[in-house]
Design a protein. Structure first.
Ligand code: FAD
Ligand code: UQ1
Length: 581
């Protein structure tokens, strides 16, 4: 099969046979358009056989027959409409591919310049210079057809987000294929090392230690598109930027992080950063946590935790223990009343770590209030309101006074993800938890906080996810099934006191996955060595390990090649593939 790519959403080919359809599917095509009238020549395969093969492979199929040398504007309009309606990328064919290319050229003329059209078709192997007078007449003449092609740039891989997941995935891809064409779409000028914010709030790091210019973390060779993605058009393999520009891709990696929903708590945004209300979940606010801790020598401190999932589920407690430790060292702990108000029903989701944490809860005299969900804050009155769910399931409202309030905000998938075709019912980018490939769009992958995999949302998880995504994306680009699998690893270094950490490391189902032997770091006990790692080793592991493609202790587990994947190209579908063990 002789495929000529015109745009990321459309390729054209000379006559294809029913046997070619499986190969087309394995290369990522999701729809077939037949532009050849039936019975044009004797050797022409029956259209019905092609339709049946397409249907058998789950591809959309449509016939828009046009007579050679007589392509009409109405044909072009029908073709454009079909492209808008069918799943992409689309493979269109006729006897030589010229009619299909001509249909694209005519349908694109209202939107693209004539030069761009002629260049794109020439690059694909079709010289349509003879069409120039017709294209000149059409240029800009018709309002864009809904779903018609827009001017666009395309990359082999487009990554949404230049945070932990986006940069790590790019680094892992480049380690495997240094010349890969990758664009990262990221609007921010700064990259934040968020795991450091707990230590800023605990007076150990300066906030400047947790930030680098985005330009400095972009891997060499990657194109940084300084813009925000507004929408996804996975049927066409395109993302839409805020200004309406489109970016095409052969593989998409989504890593836009999650959204902090400050406004879901009434009055919170207005009072954050004053009146004793703070949060380590913000770069600019973490220093205020430490300032408050130092300035308080008596009174009531409340630490809140919203419903799961949140990023770094231990962070609300970490802020609390480090504050309590500081009051303890200052000799004022006895005059402080500390309360942990948690929307959930347990101190930590993996039961093995709870005893070590409870020791600290008792040592610091912390009151535990479960099923307490923060709903409102009145900064001036210094009161926090909670929706409290009782044992009978009934909800009541409880108001508490505070001198210091550390808020971990409610969190959800970014709005532009929630409203996209990539989202699952809960709003996250839907992925297979093992391969991190989208189950409906085989050229889409996701990692980090925005993906639906049920792991602990941490940078530690990203460190293990990035090599899995990189391996599977490269397989997908070759039309192969993904074979690298992620075990759900995530880690939460719980700073129980200044100088000691309970290093929780676990995978799917709460399975303990310690990186070190017990004699070195007993993960269920506070460890000095783990603190040393958090302070001295994890930042370089992040900046110079996972951002440089050095996959220390993070090599992905590979599934064996299935015989089918070896022998029959049509069996290694580019589409959704669950690993078979
Ligand atoms: P992020 O790193 O948040 O990056 C997302 C990126 O996407 C951002 O740069 C953003 O600008 C960009 N973006 C957003 N919208 C768009 C758009 N529309 N178009 C393009 N780009 C967009 N993890 C640990 O492993 N250990 C810890 O100790 C730890 N402690 C933490 C403590 C705190 C207080 C916090 C807040 C987090 C902590 N984490 C910790 C969690 C860790 O920081 C996150 O899990 C990790 O950063 C997730 O990476 P990500 O790439 O998914 O998201
Ligand atoms: C980790 O890999 C990581 O990201 C690089 C973190 O964030 C900075 C962490 O907090 C942790 C705990 C890990 C896990 C790494 C090891 C070696 C246990």
């Amino acid at each position: 099969m002789d495929i000529h790519r015109i745009t990321p959403g459309l390729s054209v080919a000379p006559q294809i046979a029913p046997a070619d359809i499986g190969l087309a599917a394995s290369q990522g095509f999701r729809s077939i358009v037949n532009n050849r009238p039936a019975g044009e020549s004797e050797e022409q395969p029956a259209a019905d056989a092609i339709r049946e093969a397409a249907e058998a492979h789950g591809l959309d199929y449509r016939e828009i027959p046009v007579v050679s040398g007589q392509v009409t504007d109405a044909d072009a309009a029908e073709f454009s409409k079909a492209l808008g309606e069918m799943k992409g990328p689309v493979l269109a064919f006729c006897r030589t591919g010229t009619r299909s290319a001509t249909l694209w050229a005519l349908s694109s003329a209202p939107l693209l310049s004539v030069e761009a059209i002629l260049e794109a078709t020439k690059a694909a192997g079709y010289d349509l210079t003879a069409l120039r007078p017709r294209l000149d007449k059409l240029e800009g003449a018709v309002a864009p057809v809904a779903g018609g092609f827009q001017p666009q740039v395309a990359h082999e891989v487009v990554i949404v987000g230049g945070g932990a997941g986006g940069i790590a995935a790019a680094a892992s891809l480049l380690k495997r294929q240094p010349d890969l064409d990758i664009a990262i779409v990221e609007p921010r000028a700064q990259h934040y090392y968020q795991p450091g914010w707990t230590l800023v709030g605990g007076g150990v790091f300066e906030r400047a230690d947790t930030m680098k210019p985005m330009a400095d973390v972009m891997p060499k060779g990657v194109k940084w598109v300084r813009a925000a993605v507004a929408a996804f058009d996975p049927a066409r393999s395109e993302v839409v930027l805020e200004d309406g520009e489109r970016l095409g891709y052969r593989a998409l990696i989504c890593a836009p992080g999650l959204q902090l929903d400050w406004n879901k708590v009434d009055g919170l945004s207005e009072t954050l950063g004053k009146n004793g209300v703070t949060s380590n979940y913000r770069f600019d606010m973490a220093p205020y946590t430490w300032k408050l801790v130092q300035s308080l020598d008596r009174g009531k401190a409340i630490f809140t935790q919203p419903p799961m999932p949140i990023k770094c589920a231990g962070a609300p407690q970490k802020a609390m223990y480090l504050s309590a430790d500081a009051w303890s060292r200052a000799g004022t702990l006895g005059d402080m009343e500390i309360e942990f108000c948690n929307a959930g029903a347990a101190l930590f989701g993996v039961k093995e770590y709870v005893p070590a944490l409870m020791n600290y809860v008792e040592r610091y005299g912390i009151g535990l209030s479960f099923q307490h969900n923060l709903t409102a804050v009145d900064g001036e009155a210094k009161t926090a309101t909670f929706a409290v769910t009782g044992p009978d399931g009934e909800t009541s409202t409880v108001e508490k006074r505070f001198d210091m309030l550390h808020v971990c905000p409610p969190q959800s998938a970014p709005d532009f993800i929630k409203s996209s075709p990539l989202a699952n019912a809960a709003g996250w980018v839907e992925v297979s938890p093992e391969t991190l490939q989208h189950p409906r769009f085989g050229d889409v992958f996701a990692l980090g906080d925005a993906c639906s995999a049920p792991n602990a949302k941490t940078a530690a998880a990203v460190r293990k996810q990035a090599p899995v995504v990189a391996t599977n994306v490269l397989a997908a680009l070759k039309g192969e099934a993904p074979r690298a699998v992620y075990d759900g690893y995530g880690s939460c270094p719980l700073t129980v006191e200044r100088g000691r950490i309970v290093l929780a490391e676990f995978g799917y189902g709460g399975k303990l996955l310690p990186s070190f032997p017990r004699w070195l770091v007993d993960s269920q006990q506070p460890s000095r060595l783990a603190w040393l790692m958090k302070e001295k080793m994890f930042p370089p592991l992040y900046w110079y390990g996972m951002f440089k493609g050095r996959e220390w202790l993070a090599g992905p587990e590979m599934l064996p090649m299935t015989p089918a994947a070896h022998e029959a190209p049509e069996a290694c579908d580019f589409g959704p593939t669950q690993p078979q063990r």
